[in-house]
Design a protein around this ligand. Structure first.
Ligand SMILES: [Zn+2]
Length: 348
């Protein structure tokens, strides 16, 4: 951490002021004593004198990358705005405080750079804390850590991303995207994604990078109207099912037992099961699973409203701080209607 309280409870910022050797400094969160570590390879900073369970140690994970990103963003925005703070301390309740990595006071925008995996509930609680304090929060997830580019050509990349990224997916006007910080190249990165193959967290994407000098708020994100969702072929679905058998062929395997219970032979899967959709990147329930069920229920003659009720219990969404229940309901209906139309078409 860069900010600590001195013995007079005044906020002290180690990035801007000289640390006095004989003075005592305390952690703003737990009040424990912190010591100044003069940096050689990494930026000088404060650290707890003793091991403790302070949130700074458990959730903020003060890696050298975290310290560096905070410093870079702070120094960058300080050049652009009048009032900028590093590790801005603010109250979110009677006894609760939160610390924003970087805070631009001029427009009440705060940044959280996140490179350690923290539980979704904590992300939600922190986001709410900012809302309560009237601050706009921008989460910057570490793209070097959480995104792996598998291949790339013609400006289109194929990526695999960590489960943590799911928590930060945005949905706006039928487009899915997330953004973050590339700490190695010091770039703001913006990914628009589409569903790719049946593997979990594989996506087609278009990545836009902004150098730190070009990085400003509000974020100006250009979204592409095209749908780049990959088409799935019968062999993709067969391979997926084959993978399932290798992985777990017991009744616990939802996908396999669905095929079994629906009397669908694995070597003769109808082509209508496995129609890829852009919004699948937001859905936790495997594509082949929910489409297999919906196909069968439709065949059995369930009514449109019965199908909606059944499928709304089957299709589950991933947790994201940017997508609320109302929006999930809208996405569900969009996906449901699109697939229903295909089932009707398929009957003709
Ligand atoms: Zn502490």
């Amino acid at each position: 951490m860069y900010v600590a309280y001195d013995s007079k409870d005044e906020v002290f910022n180690a990035l801007d002021s000289e640390v006095e050797k004989n003075k005592e400094y305390h952690c703003p969160i737990c009040g424990g004593r912190v010591i100044f570590k003069k940096g050689v390879k990494i930026q000088s900073h404060f650290a707890h004198a003793k091991n403790c369970s302070c949130e700074f140690e458990t959730y903020k994970k003060e890696s050298s990358e975290h310290l560096e990103a905070k410093k870079d963003l702070y120094e960058h925005f300080r050049k652009k705005y009048r009032n900028v703070e590093v590790e801005h301390i603010f109250k979110t309740g009677e006894n609760d405080i939160q610390i924003a990595d970087v805070f631009i006071k001029d427009n009440s925008i705060a940044f959280e750079y996140q490179r350690s995996v923290i539980p979704f509930d904590l992300i939600k609680a922190r986001t709410r804390g900012y809302m309560k304090a009237g601050l706009k929060l921008i989460w910057l997830i570490d793209t070097n850590k959480f995104i792996k580019e598998l291949k790339s050509y013609d400006g289109i990349s194929y990526i695999r991303y960590a489960p943590f990224v799911d928590n930060f997916l945005n949905y706006y006007q039928g487009k899915v995207f997330f953004y973050g910080w590339d700490n190695i190249n010091k770039k703001f990165e913006f990914y628009q994604i589409w569903a790719h193959n049946l593997k979990k967290r594989n996506a087609v994407c278009i990545k836009t990078s902004l150098s730190i000098d070009e990085f400003d708020v509000p974020l100006d994100l250009k979204l592409l109207d095209k749908d780049l969702t990959s088409k799935l072929y019968p062999e993709d679905v067969e391979n997926y099912v084959y993978e399932q058998i290798k992985y777990d062929k017991t009744v616990k395997n939802k996908v396999l037992s669905m095929f079994y219970n629906q009397h669908i032979e694995l070597n003769n899967i109808p082509e209508i099961i496995g129609v890829n959709m852009l919004e699948q990147v937001l859905i936790r329930t495997p594509l082949v699973y929910w489409q297999g069920l919906m196909y069968r229920f439709y065949k059995e003659g369930k009514s449109y409203s019965e199908l909606i009720r059944i499928m709304s219990n089957i299709i589950e969404f991933k947790d994201s701080i940017y997508i609320n229940n109302v929006q999930q309901g809208e996405i569900f209906l969009k996906v449901f209607k699109a697939y229903y139309a295909l089932l009707v078409e398929n009957e003709k």
